[in-house]
Design a protein around this ligand. Structure first.
Ligand SMILES: Cc1cc2nc3c(=O)[nH]c(=O)nc-3n(C[C@H](O)[C@H](O)[C@H](O)COP(=O)(O)OP(=O)(O)OC[C@H]3O[C@@H](n4cnc5c(N)ncnc54)[C@H](O)[C@@H]3O)c2cc1C
Length: 420
């Protein structure tokens, strides 16, 4: 493999054997069977995140087939992905897996999983497809440097790794090394002239120590609004109480859209929570006053007008210093006012974060202006491509991060295969 131009065939190196790297390798090799496709993986295993993803079930994509709507799920990269999704969107992903015998199913919230509920199905499908297409896999071969060389025919790249005795040459390189705070791919790209935007974790839960939350772990509320007004951040969705604070889709979405803001605050800030889906204080007051009239003789605890889980309703009553056995008619005005204030706007001081174990990603990466999104080729170094989370792209939970990996790697692969 001394020169990429020793034959007419393309030689393609893909750095990183995760979702994006595998999909890029398969798609180049299938679209141009004469191309030499080499996939380099630093660790001893491939597709590790696919294996653990979605709680071991792999949330492959999301049931959203309109690119204009789909981009709204990406705090970073949505604008750039819009055109890209017109080339490869979730329906294409579904069809691609279906054509290889893997059927995806949709859950009530739009997440799509293999019908086997087992991420190994996806791992096996990708591994088999790469083998069939003739992709050469190099395990335990971390790429430490990429150099570009001029040549009378065309420039080429050399890949350097302490695990390789010589540096092989390639006409094209795809960097697909994923996210993370210390990512080798970012360093490789930076050494070739690319800018790396500020990195911060995304998709985390907040640490909150507050009497309203104590001992309620496991409880969930279906529609809660959480906001951080100084940065105009506001999200709604289900909330889960944890033993350290608050989690659930509503919180994860807020963490994603505010990933950089919260990182700068070192995860210490005041969040506002509206427990009744963002209902206005007047509407909450009306509901309480209606119950006071309608159910005058009933105990407060036996009937809550918001359908909160009983333990949370009891906690609210306790928080405003009212005995749960008090009759509705006896609810003092002061306590009613306090309930209105607490339900519509509880203020929590956060004192840290924990990563969401089910799914987390990195905000930041290769600066998107330096990449042509019609091809995923570098605007700085011809022949160099990027795919997946190494880019400054990340989505909320729900299959959007894998979809970005499938889309970007597919576009890069086809541009390489079709004669770039
Ligand atoms: C626990 C968890 C669960 C998740 N669940 C979901 C989910 O259900 N749905 C969803 O959409 N998203 C999910 N995500 C996010 C998703 O996994 C990532 O966005 C996606 O894996 C990114 O794919 P990638 O190929 O870009 O990067 P990765 O999957 O991270 O792959 C990058 C690969 O590059 C290798 N590498 C790095 N540096 C080098 C080097 N110098 N040389 C050679 N190889 C190198 C790494 O070892 C790795 O194998 C989850 C994330 C986590 C952490």
């Amino acid at each position: 493999m001394s020169s990429p131009h020793s034959s007419e065939n393309k030689s393609v190196a893909i750095v990183g054997a995760g979702a994006a790297g595998y999909f890029a390798a398969i798609n180049v090799a299938e679209a141009d069977p004469s191309a030499r496709v080499h996939l380099y993986e630093a660790s001893r295993r491939t597709l590790t995140k696919v294996s653990v993803s979605g709680g071991g079930r792999c949330n492959v994509t999301h049931h959203c087939f309109d690119p204009r709507e789909l981009v709204n799920y990406y705090p970073r990269g949505g604008k750039e992905l819009r055109g890209a999704f017109h080339q490869w969107e979730p329906q294409d992903t579904v069809d691609w897996f279906q054509s290889r015998g893997v059927t995806l199913k949709t859950e009530a919230d739009g997440r799509m999983f293999p019908t086997t509920d087992d991420s190994q199905t996806i791992v096996d499908c990708l591994t088999q497809a790469a083998q069939n297409a003739g992709v050469t896999l190099h395990l335990k071969t971390g790429v430490s440097k990429i150099t570009r060389h001029e040549d009378p025919h065309a420039p080429y790249f050399k890949l350097h790794s302490s695990q390789l005795s010589t540096a092989p040459c390639y006409s094209h390189v795809v960097i697909a090394t994923g996210g993370g705070q210390k990512n080798a791919g970012h360093e490789l790209a930076a050494s070739l002239g690319h800018t790396i935007t500020d990195l911060a974790p995304s998709l985390f839960t907040f640490h909150i120590d507050h009497p309203l939350l104590t001992d309620l772990q496991g409880l969930s509320l279906p529609q809660v609004q959480v906001s951080y007004p100084p940065a105009k951040l506001e999200q709604s969705g289900p909330i889960v109480f944890t033993h350290w604070g608050l989690s659930g889709p509503g919180i994860l979405k807020l963490s994603a859209w505010g990933a950089r803001v919260f990182s700068e605050l070192d995860y210490h800030c005041e969040l506002n929570v509206n427990w009744f889906g963002g209902a206005k204080p007047d509407a909450i007051r009306q509901a309480l006053e209606h119950s006071k009239k309608q159910y005058a003789r009933k105990a407060l605890v036996s009937l809550n007008p918001f359908d909160f889980p009983r333990r949370f309703w009891e906690r609210l009553l306790q928080y405003v210093s009212i005995s749960p056995d008090t009759q509705w008619a006896q609810l003092p005005k002061k306590a009613l006012n306090q309930l209105v204030e607490t339900i519509s706007n509880t203020r929590f001081q956060t004192n840290g974060k924990s990563m969401n174990k089910e799914e987390f990603v990195t905000c930041g990466g290769i600066k998107l202006k330096e990449v042509d999104f019609k091809t995923l080729q570098s605007r700085i170094v011809p022949g160099l491509y990027f795919a997946g989370e190494v880019l400054d792209i990340d989505g909320v939970t729900g299959g959007f991060n894998f979809q970005a990996a499938w889309t970007t790697s597919r576009i890069a692969a086809l541009h390489i295969a079709n004669g770039a």
